[in-house]
Each structure stands twice: as structure tokens, then as C-alpha cells.
Design a protein around this ligand. Structure first.
Ligand code: GDP
Length: 305
């Protein structure tokens, strides 16, 4: 898709420029070839194990299918990367989950400060609004100066109401108020923009557990999604954050932001491989329209373009 192509410019300049150069120099599928392939894959933040695994799969397939042609090798690598991603889980957990009709769907956004949570909430609000849904947002980050204001600005921009408590209010109580309001006003979706303070794992766990309890007081089946937002430009760091959050909350999927600013799109595959968490959305920029649902196939083709 065009968006992936545009958004992955950096990935292309890094990963695919390197990849295409090494394919251009291709003479034969010998050990040098596989060494260079492994280096290229590791350099794209795919992670060591996965890079070796893909390289081994290429090795086998090359033999089995007697592949010699440059273009065929390229297609093979693309195919194997897509398969690698999709094997980790089927489409079922890839799509968003919603509450039964007549009940608000609650979507929690978690992640450390600066990864792009608020921006993603704003973009997604516009997106669901465009689909005809009645959307509400709540600013549950009551500690960070400016966080509430930032969400309110998004609320104005996309014309979606924002529930916000007093400064330093208990985030759980603000969320409770928002869930009650969403139910009373028959909203379809409520986005919860949580605080990204990460002093320690215990605090985070307690805060998210408390938030879940108050939400479930009103809506026993909620939240339907806990989306962990990760900044793709942080590479392997994003993987570490994902591990931490996966331990402390029931993450249902990932949003990978700032894909426009990284040459390391391979982190998508490393995270999928190690944590089995589906990437549900990808952010490509700061504009409202720079958010797309994730497709492994489009993504890989975008990387190699
Ligand atoms: P939060 O602290 O997690 O809520 O992060 P913010 O939503 O405030 O985003 C932090 C910064 O990253 C802001 O300057 C955003 O404009 C920027 N940002 C968010 N998503 C993207 C993206 O997909 N691409 C780019 N280039 N910038 C982004």
C-alpha cells in the first residue's frame, strides 16, 4: 500500500538499500551470501535468533526449490518473512475486539512517556468517528504537566469529547467517571490515555490493576483491548518495554509508532517472535491520517520496495 511505502522510507533507505545492494552483487548462493543476509537482517533489528532462523529457512528453500535467480531469492525472503510473522498467530487476535452492541468498548493505551500514546489516541478517535462510532476519550494521565491539555487539544481537533479530572486527581477515579459517562451517553468507544510513569513494575501493575477494577465495576467485560504503544525508533528497547508491560498487564496488542523515523522495521518481527503479541496498528507520522492497521504482507513489501 502507498502509506506503507511512504512511511517506510527510512526503513527502505537503511534495510532495503542494503538488502538491494547485496542482492545486486549476488553471484551465487554460497556461504558469503548467507553471512551477508544474516548481517542485513540483524542490522534491521530483527534480532539475532530470528535472523539466523530466516536465513536457514532461505538456505533450505533455495536448495529445495533450486532457486538461482536474484528476483526469486528476493521473493522467497519476502514470503518467508510474512510467513514467519503470520505463523505466530492467526488473524483472530490481529483484529480489534469490541463489546456487544449497546455497550461501550473500552480501549486502554499503555506505554512509557513519549512513545506516542496521546497522538495515537487522537488518530484512532478520528478513525472510529469516521466509521460512524460515537467516541469518547479520557485523560488518565493526571500527573504529567500538559498531558491533559494535550489530549484536550486532540479532542478539539477531531471533535471528540474528553473527560478530564482535576490536576493530580486519582487516575482510577477519573477513569471511573468516564466509564459511567460513556455508558450513560451510549458511547460506542472509550479511549483511556494512561500515564506512562514507569518508576517500577509493581507501581505500574497496581495502577493498571486498580484501573481495571473500577472499569469492571461499571462494565464487567471491559476493557476489550489493552494496547501497548511502542516507539519503533527505540529498536531493542521497545522489545524490553514490551516484556515489562506484558508481565504487568494483559496486553492484547501493540501499536508501533514512528515507523517513519526508523531504518529498523525488523523490530516488528522480533517482538512478534519473542512475545507473540500482534501488532494491531502502525503509526507513520504526526498527522491524523498517519495511522494504519497492520498487515504483515504490506509491511514486508513496504520494507523491500
Ligand atoms: P505520549 O507521551 O506517549 O502520549 O506521546 P505523544 O503522543 O505525546 O508523542 C510524543 C511525540 O511523538 C510527539 O511529538 C508526537 O507528535 C510524536 N509522534 C507520535 N507518533 C508519531 C509517529 O508515528 N511518527 C512521528 N514522526 N512522530 C510521532
Amino acid at each position: 500500500s502507498q502509506v506503507y511505502e511512504k512511511g517506510l522510507t527510512k526503513s527502505r533507505q537503511g534495510f532495503s538499500a542494503r538488502f538491494n545492494k547485496f542482492l545486486a552483487n549476488f553471484r551465487s548462493v554460497d556461504e558469503d551470501f548467507f553471512e551477508e543476509l544474516e548481517d542485513t537482517l540483524i542490522g534491521s533489528d530483527l534480532g539475532f535468533d530470528l535472523a539466523i532462523s530466516i536465513s536457514n529457512q532461505v538456505r533450505e528453500a533455495v536448495k529445495l526449490e533450486n532457486i538461482k535467480d536474484k528476483k526469486d531469492i528476493r521473493d522467497l525472503i519476502i514470503r518467508l518473512m510474512v510467513e514467519q510473522y503470520e505463523e505466530q498467530g492467526q488473524d483472530e487476535d490481529q483484529s480489534m475486539h469490541f463489546a456487544p452492541k449497546g455497550e461501550p468498548t473500552v480501549i486502554l493505551f499503555v506505554g512509557v512517556n513519549g512513545v506516542g500514546k496521546t497522538t495515537t489516541v487522537g488518530k484512532m478517535a478520528q478513525r472510529y468517528k469516521d466509521e460512524g462510532k460515537k467516541v469518547m476519550m479520557v485523560a488518565a494521565d493526571t500527573f504529567r504537566a500538559g498531558a491533559v491539555k494535550q489530549l484536550q487539544e486532540w479532542g478539539t481537533r477531531v471533535a471528540v469529547p474528553v473527560v478530564a479530572g482535576a490536576e493530580k486527581a486519582d487516575p482510577a477515579s477519573v477513569v471511573y467517571e468516564a466509564v459511567e459517562k460513556a455508558k450513560a451517553e451510549a458511547a460506542d468507544v472509550l479511549f483511556v490515555d494512561t500515564a506512562g510513569r514507569l518508576q517500577n513494575n509493581v507501581n505500574l501493575m497496581q495502577e493498571l490493576a486498580k484501573m481495571n477494577r473500577v472499569i469492571q465495576k461499571v462494565l464487567p467485560e471491559a476493557p476489550q483491548e489493552v494496547l501497548l504503544v511502542l516507539d519503533a525508533t527505540t529498536g531493542q528497547n521497545a522489545l524490553q518495554q514490551a516484556k515489562l508491560f506484558q508481565d504487568s498487564s494483559e496486553v492484547t496488542g501493540l501499536v508501533l509508532t514512528k515507523m517513519d523515523g526508523t531504518a529498523k522495521g525488523g523490530i516488528v518481527f522480533a517482538i512478534r517472535d519473542q512475545l507473540h503479541l500482534p501488532v494491531k496498528w502502525v503509526g507513520f507520522g504526526e498527522k491524523v491520517s498517519d495511522l494504519r492497521t497492520f498487515s504483515a504482507e504490506d509491511f514486508v513489501y513496504g520494507m523491500f520496495k
